[in-house]
Design a protein around this ligand. Structure first.
Ligand code: ADP
Ligand code: MG
Length: 688
């Protein structure tokens, strides 16, 4: 049996089950094997009833003494309660709306239960367990000790339940799977790692906490190590490239652009520009990341670098994640470069086929010097005559593979610059950008008005919008941002369309309003955006499509509806759309959410404008799953490792990867593994 075989090759899994599994992303045997438990139910210790502690989760066992059923409350809740005893005390165990269990729980039967223990209401000196996490009825002679262990808990569904997964995993682990080594034996030994097969067995069915920890360590290390090998290979390959582009010291064109800027570079920008220039003037290809908060002024650095490559007779490319953003860069570059001997081109999937072919031909013939575009730039048909520099803006939207695809567009290995506004912790930087040198812009350009942020309930909407209207009447523009609504949600949240209709016929009657959302046609979107730029639309109701990079300095107000539904990092990006001009700007977060986390998160938003601090808070409050889920980071999926908690392991894995690069024997071992397991990210390095 090969790991890559489809899941329906397993006995007992027919087309129906296979379909359901596919919905969970499980297609192959390997997918099932790596469908790791979401958590575990620790039932490794049996506590006598008399020693239970209120407030703690525990596992205990006893004989059913009596059973009672009642219906309570307006919702007619059926409550079934069994009183069990073990000679040391009594415990009430309750089930809700599961009256059918009555038959199974007759007096005399013995139960094995796990749950949170409380003081019983009305039963003197008794305990109760109403949040049962599991129960089992023991057979006649069975000792409760035989049921002790750590149970895996999978992200199960109604039809693919816990027992399904537990059973399948048991079968799978007993089968002779070809679990070939993915770590060089030397690495496995040096870092004291559990063998792979044992690790798979122990992560699904750990004997005890120690075994689980060892299994997790092994599998997390494996993951981090392989990714680090890939990233370091990328870096090494760039370093060793004999065909790098060597730029000369900046000359007339760069000077001319610097002189044309309506501002002088800040100290941070000047510093980063020096770092970029130095890299570009070396024969070794530049691999640099610019990290700088929203509005910190990264675009001008991109432009300077592009002009520098053009000045040296090469072409430059800038790839942005959205059409709107690419357009905006294109427009502003054209404007700044007007009258200079630099031909600027634009390429996106939304040009007509004829326009596109024309642009592709001009790129190939070096009839354009500088090209701004979207993903269309990395399509097969695009070939540059002589690409000297490739830039990706808002890199967090792109994966490693896309970044690498862009650099392959030339005959030489071009210099590479990536820019991101997403502030991420250092661990993440190492994981996502492990192959890059990092430059940071820490301070915003001077003269910015701080954005004042408030959190308000929906009852204040009329007041808020009246204020927005007043501001618009004084010449400003405003954004209203609505969350995306997923089809399968039952909550009642008005869509952007509905809010738009409500506002333009209500408070904003007579004021030009616009609507922008992801499902609109490209031309419609662009028309709306252009109208907003050019101040024909005063109020723009939008979903998060405006998130990245959009620059309208006259817009000084933003109302975010149902703000609790956004991540902090996302709110921060959104808020960065205002406060770009000289007007005092306000951001109003509308939310009725009463959960503590939501309140805390919004309070942090109101209190700080520091993107790094917000990212950390977001991580702390929501946990890495949600944080990264909403962030689009281009990072290969981590199934076991936790980028926050496994910092030490990550550093060890990086060290191991560094050592591997220096040992041909280990490297030959790892390359084919990368080619299989991280095809998408690293195929281009393993195929050469
Ligand atoms: P981001 O880093 O988010 O891409 P931008 O490059 O779009 O930020 O810059 C945000 C705004 O700041 C733009 O309007 C830009 O013209 C302006 N800006 C950039 N650098 C400076 C500077 N040194 N002084 C004043 N304004 C600047
Ligand atoms: Mg930008």
């Amino acid at each position: 049996m090969e790991l890559t075989e489809p899941i329906d090759r397993l006995k007992g899994i027919g087309p129906k089950k296979a379909q359901k599994l596919a919905r969970l992303g499980i297609h192959t045997i390997y997918d099932l094997l790596t469908y790791f438990p979401r958590t575990y139910e620790d039932q490794s210790r049996l506590t006598p009833i008399g020693s239970l502690q209120a407030g703690e989760k525990a596992t205990t066992a006893g004989t059913v003494m009596s059973i009672r059923e009642k219906v309570a409350g307006t919702r007619r809740l059926n409550i079934l309660t069994a009183l069990i005893g073990d000679g040391t005390g009594f415990l009430q165990v309750s089930w809700f709306n599961q009256g059918f269990l009555k038959k199974e729980l007759q007096p005399g039967r013995r139960l094995f239960v796990t749950g949170r223990v409380e003081y019983a209401y009305g039963g003197q000196g008794q305990f109760a367990m109403s949040q049962l996490s599991s129960y089992q009825v023991l057979s006649e002679r069975e000792e409760p000790e035989s049921r002790l262990g750590i149970l895996p808990v999978y992200a199960a569904t109604k039809s693919l339940n816990q027992s399904f997964f537990r059973r399948e995993m048991k079968t799978l682990l007993a089968a002779p799977l070809p679990l070939r080594g993915v770590l060089p034996p030397a690495v496995e030994r040096a870092y004291g790692l559990m063998p792979r097969r044992d690790a798979f067995a122990a992560i699904h069915f750990p004997k005890d906490a120690g075994a689980l920890a060892a299994a997790r360590k092994r599998l997390a290390f494996e993951e981090l190590y392989l990714i680090q090998c890939g990233l370091l290979l990328l870096k090494k390959r760039a370093r060793e490239a004999k065909r790098g582009v060597r730029h000369l010291a900046s000359g007339k064109l760069v000077q001319q652009v610097l002189a044309r800027l309506p501002f002088t570079l800040t100290d941070d920008q000047a510093q980063v520009w020096q770092e970029i220039s130095r890299d570009m003037e070396r024969p070794v290809p530049m691999r640099r990341l610019i990290q700088g908060d929203v509005g910190s002024g990264k675009t001008v650095l991109a432009l300077l670098a592009l002009v520098k490559t053009v000045e040296n007779g090469f072409q430059g490319a800038l790839m942005a994640p959205t059409e709107i953003l690419a357009r905006q860069h294109y427009d502003s570059f054209q404007h700044l470069l007007e009258g200079m001997p630099i031909r600027v081109g634009f390429l996106s999937g939304h040009l007509t086929p004829k326009q596109r072919q024309e642009m592709i031909a001009r790129i190939a013939a070096h009839e354009v010097d500088l090209v701004v575009g979207t993903h269309a730039l990395i399509e097969e048909t695009v070939q540059f005559a002589s690409l000297g520099l490739a830039i990706t803006d808002e890199q967090h939207r792109f994966g490693i593979a896309q970044r690498a695809a862009l650099e392959k567009k030339g005959t030489l290995l071009p210099d590479m610059l990536v820019m991101t506004a997403t502030p991420i912790p250092r661990t993440m930087t190492l994981t996502v950008y492990g192959d890059l040198d990092v430059s940071q812009i820490r301070h915003l350009p001077p003269g910015r008005q701080p954005i004042r942020t408030f959190v308000r309930g929906t009852d204040r909407r009329p007041l808020i919008y009246r204020y927005v209207r007043e501001q618009i009447e004084q010449g400003r523009q405003a954004y209203v941002v609505c969350p995306l609504i997923e089809m399968n949600e039952f909550v009642e949240i008005p869509s952007a369309e509905e809010v738009y209709e409500e506002l333009r016929h209500g408070i904003f009657r007579g004021i030009p309003c616009g609507l922008l959302h992801g499902r609109m046609k490209q031309q419609e979107k662009e028309a709306v955006m252009r109208d907003f730029y050019e101040n024909r639309i005063k109020l723009l109701v939008a979903t998060t499509v405006i998130e990245v990079g959009v620059n309208v300095p006259n817009a000084s107000l933003m109302v975010i509806e149902h703000a609790d539904r956004f991540g902090l990092a996302q709110l921060h990006q959104l808020r960065g759309r205002i406060g770009r001009g000289s007007y005092r700007s306000y951001c109003i977060l509308v939310s009725d959410s009463r959960t503590e986390t939501a309140k805390e998160r919004l309070a942090v938003m109101a209190e700080t404008a520091d993107g790094f601090r917000l990212a950390e808070e977001d991580l702390r409050l929501r946990g890495p799953g949600q944080f990264f889920g909403s962030m689009q980071h281009g990072l290969p999926d981590l199934k076991v490792a936790d980028v926050l908690k496994d910092m030490d392991l990550l550093l060890a894995a990086r060290r191991a990867a560094q050592e591997t690069l220096g040992r041909q024997e280990d490297l030959s071992f790892v390359l084919p593994v990368l080619a299989v397991q991280y095809k998408e990210q690293f195929l281009h390095i393993t195929d050469t």
